[in-house]
Design a protein around this ligand. Structure first.
Ligand SMILES: Nc1nc2c(ncn2[C@@H]2O[C@H](COP(=O)(O)OP(=O)(O)OP(=O)(O)O)[C@@H](O)[C@H]2O)c(=O)[nH]1
Ligand SMILES: [Mg+2]
Length: 213
């Protein structure tokens, strides 16, 4: 996909604060520090668009970026950061479920998991939500540069097995260091937007409004 323009639009603290309008959007999801912002920057070819941080839990809101004036990329708040209080984690769950259920503009999700570790309970929960909502999503295993060659195949197969994703689900190993997977993610993004455009209406369509929650 050719990226002609990217601009920051806004940060939203809830579904109600997300941009109005009918532009389709694709969200980047995953635990804190998994590499969401790094991946977003590589996807659009801008080094400092989304803030990359060594401090997990930095991105607590949904950050919207307008690409080519045609669609939004959304940097979602990370989950699973141990030092976040229980109440913040509860708020996160409410917001995220609300977003996944109600956001009609959402046409696809890049679900990131760290390729070096078995999926967490929350990774599994996110995947369950995505499957339950019948959202188009792509499983992305990040930081593959940190995997030893000999452990790679087993690590990646273990992640797919633990998450119980369907065999046909798009699965892209990715590294923002080696740039492995950048092309494949661009292709998935283009195809996801294209198939959404060929559908008659946004998710939950026919003007029936957001799905109940
Ligand atoms: N080796 C390696 N490091 C990476 C990769 N992707 C991200 N990192 C590093 O991991 C850390 C977290 O990256 P971010 O992109 O900020 O992660 P995030 O998921 O956006 O984190 P939050 O916004 O806190 O949820 C940073 O120090 C990055 O430089 C990768 O593919 N390989
Ligand atoms: Mg981030």
């Amino acid at each position: 996909m050719r990226i002609e323009s990217v601009e920051f639009v806004c940060s939203a603290g809830s579904v109600l604060e997300c941009p109005a309008g009918s532009l389709p959007e694709v969200a980047v999801s995953g635990r804190s520090n998994v590499g969401k912002s790094s991946l977003l920057n590589h996807l659009v070819g801008k080094r400092r668009l989304a803030q990359v941080s060594k401090t997990p839990g930095k991105t607590q809101r949904l950050h919207f970026f307008l690409v080519n004036g045609k669609f939004h990329l959304v940097d979602l708040p990370g989950y699973g950061y141990a030092r976040v209080p229980e109440s913040v984690q509860r708020d996160w769950r409410v917001m995220m479920q609300g977003y996944l259920r109600q956001r009609r503009q959402l046409v696809g999700v890049l679900q990131l998991v760290d390729s070096r570790h078995p999926p967490s309970r929350q990774d599994c929960e996110m995947v369950e939500w995505l499957l339950a909502e019948k959202l188009a999503f792509c499983l992305v295993t990040t930081k593959t540069d940190k995997l030893q060659a000999g452990e790679r195949r087993q690590a990646l197969a273990g992640i797919a097995r633990d998450l119980r994703v369907p065999a046909a689900l798009p699965f892209v190993p990715f590294s923002s260091q080696s740039r492995e997977g950048v092309k494949e993610l661009g292709a998935w993004l283009a195809q996801t937007l294209e198939s959404a455009a060929s559908r008659p209406a946004l998710r939950g369509g026919n003007g029936s409004g957001p799905k109940g929650g």
